[in-house]
Design a protein around this ligand. Structure first.
Ligand SMILES: Cc1cc2nc3c(=O)[nH]c(=O)nc-3n(C[C@H](O)[C@H](O)[C@H](O)COP(=O)(O)OP(=O)(O)OC[C@H]3O[C@@H](n4cnc5c(N)ncnc54)[C@H](O)[C@@H]3O)c2cc1C
Length: 519
């Protein structure tokens, strides 16, 4: 256990000026342009400029046309929805659910995973015995509950989810049989996009999303797209064309990939790939942690070592939703058939399948999810190869059916995309609240937001939304301090405080790598 002292990070306040300070927001996903932008506007900071690298807003919330209809390439579920009004323990309502359900009335369907035991296919075809699979599921659920309890007793020590499974004497070598592996995959990788040997127990058990908002998950299946939530928030503070609904506000600039951020105690200068320079008092960076770990954006001066150390330790996971279109349906449908598993001897090989008959009857579309190494492998090969692999799996699963060739396939490539470098962050072993606070902490006039900076909900749309607000608040506090210090009494300096790690051991801490005051 390494102790780390608390740190104070210098922020530079800008004294009161007409119209407030100018802020550049980099990225027009849920957290940046949308949530942070709205919050800053609300606080009277309206001199904003939003620079987005792509030709659209929404980032990882993205619909695309596939086989004549719109499907979601990125976020699809509102996760953490309490559908049981009698459940008094859960007091919070997921803010995204309020928008999706109440304000926008998007079509959603409650995902029901309770029939997996009767929908688990053997590697060489046919269904596994239902009671056998159910026993495996019960056992895995028991281990999860044990993990929740163990996590609350761990205090300053963290272990991986896999170590916890071993503690419970649940297959000391990890699950190795096909059914054990696919259930383990469904319970872990399908949520976190990384295997249990990587994921931190303390930060994921119990998972705040489900503990605070409820266990249900709702699949957004609406031709307007999940991205309607992003437009809904944007329309609150950016000018839109009343007839078309398109954003026409000059403060939003698309196709503006930022390549350099120069920051001093006086201000920031942002350079885009098309050679333009934009000056401001502050910059809010909302790009993914995957992009921050790459060298797409160069900072001048370099970000300090404490910042890079914290950011490089976090994980950008990869989650790939592969859509396949068929000329006709050959899979079972009706109640309790939506989700089905393929129990391969190769863990994570085309494991979790979903038919879209409930949401889009007659669409004849299947969705299969792969993650992590499989995602990276599939991103690097031709779609035809992926289609051939998926077809082989389907023909094995349904040996007595005449399985027709898929007519279309969609393979999103989030990992290869230089503006994303993965799908969402996963909390790895070795990172605790201290490193996390440092990931979110500003560096001088550079502020950070994004799902990866959400205090409790990293990886999710609601995490991005709440993080945008929280990071905007840090900046707003700093600006307010500037207004209080009209005479420059404190030299225009304001401090951001990160509480120490293992404070009881603070004296042992090295003050070389982590000096008390960081800039
Ligand atoms: C496949 C997939 C499935 C998911 N499933 C779910 C789900 O079911 N439920 C859920 O809650 N969440 C899900 N998520 C996660 C969710 O989509 C994200 O957590 C959230 O949308 C992230 O928002 P953000 O604003 O933090 O980042 P982003 O959406 O990544 O926004 C950052 C923006 O910055 C832009 N950018 C990057 N580099 C630059 C640059 N150099 N200059 C200018 N702009 C730049 C990007 O183009 C992007 O628009 C999923 C994500 C993926 C990819």
């Amino acid at each position: 256990m390494k102790a780390r002292p608390s740190v104070e990070i210098v922020q530079y306040t800008t004294y009161a000026q007409a119209g407030g300070p100018k802020v550049i927001i980099i990225g027009a996903g849920m957290s940046g342009r949308i949530s942070a932008g709205e919050m800053l506007s609300h606080a009277g900071i309206t001199d904003l400029l939003i620079l987005e690298a792509t030709d659209r807003i929404g980032g990882r919330i993205r619909k695309t046309e596939f086989a004549g209809m719109n499907v979601e390439m990125g976020a699809n579920w509102v996760e953490g929805v309490n559908m049981d009004p009698a459940d008094k323990i859960i007091k919070e309502v997921n803010p995204i659910w309020s928008m999706v359900h109440k304000k926008l009335k998007l079509n959603t369907s409650l995902s029901n995973y309770s029939h997996l035991s009767s929908n688990t296919y053997m590697e060489e075809g046919g269904l596994h015995d239902e009671s056998f699979v159910q026993k495996t599921i019960n056992r895995a659920s028991e281990v999860q509950q044990y993990g929740d309890k163990l996590s609350s007793k761990l205090h300053n020590e963290d272990i991986t989810v896999m170590a916890m499974q071993r503690f419970h004497d649940h297959m000391p070598y990890g699950p190795t049989k096909p059914v054990d592996m696919v259930i383990d995959y469904y319970m872990n990788d399908y949520e976190f996009a990384e295997p249990p040997r990587v994921t931190s127990l303390q930060s994921t058990h119990p998972l705040p999303t489900f503990a605070n908002f409820g266990n249900d998950v709702c699949f957004v299946a609406d031709q307007r797209g999940f991205e309607s939530v992003v437009h809904y928030i944007a329309n609150k503070y950016l000018k839109t064309d009343a007839r078309t609904g398109a954003i026409v506000d000059p403060r939003l600039m698309l196709n503006k990939a930022v390549k350099k951020i120069k920051y001093t105690s006086d201000g920031v200068v942002v350079k885009t790939e098309d050679g333009w320079l934009y000056k401001a008092d502050y910059v809010m960076v909302s790009v993914s942690i995957g992009v921050l770990q790459s060298n797409l954006i160069r900072f001048k001066p370099h970000l300090p070592q404490w910042k890079n150390m914290a950011m490089y330790q976090f994980d950008m996971a990869v989650y790939t939703k592969i859509f396949l279109k068929f000329p006709r349906k050959f899979w079972p449908d009706g109640p309790g058939t939506e989700f089905f598993l393929y129990a391969s001897s190769r863990r994570g090989y085309f494991p979790v399948w979903q038919h879209l008959e409930n949401e889009y009857p007659g669409s004849n579309i299947l969705l299969v999810t792969v993650t992590d190494d499989e995602s990276r492998r599939i991103e690097q090969q031709l779609d035809e190869q992926t289609k051939a692999e998926a077809m082989e799996v389907l023909r094995k699963m349904f040996p007595s059916e005449d399985v027709p060739e898929a007519t279309d396939i969609l393979v999103p490539r989030w990992w290869s995309d230089r503006f994303f470098r993965g799908s969402f962050s996963n909390w790895p072993i070795g990172v605790d609240r201290y490193e996390y606070d440092l990931i979110r902490a500003p560096v001088g006039r550079v502020y950070f937001t994004g799902e990866h900076t959400s205090q409790r909900y990293n990886g999710y749309v609601h995490g991005a939304y709440l993080a945008g607000k929280a990071s905007a608040n840090i900046l707003i506090e700093c600006v307010k301090e500037g207004q209080r210090q009209k005479d420059g009494a404190n030299g225009g300096i304001w401090k951001y405080y990160v509480p120490g790690k293992y404070e009881e051991c603070i004296k042992e801490a090295s003050s070389i790598l982590f000096p008390q005051t960081l800039q």
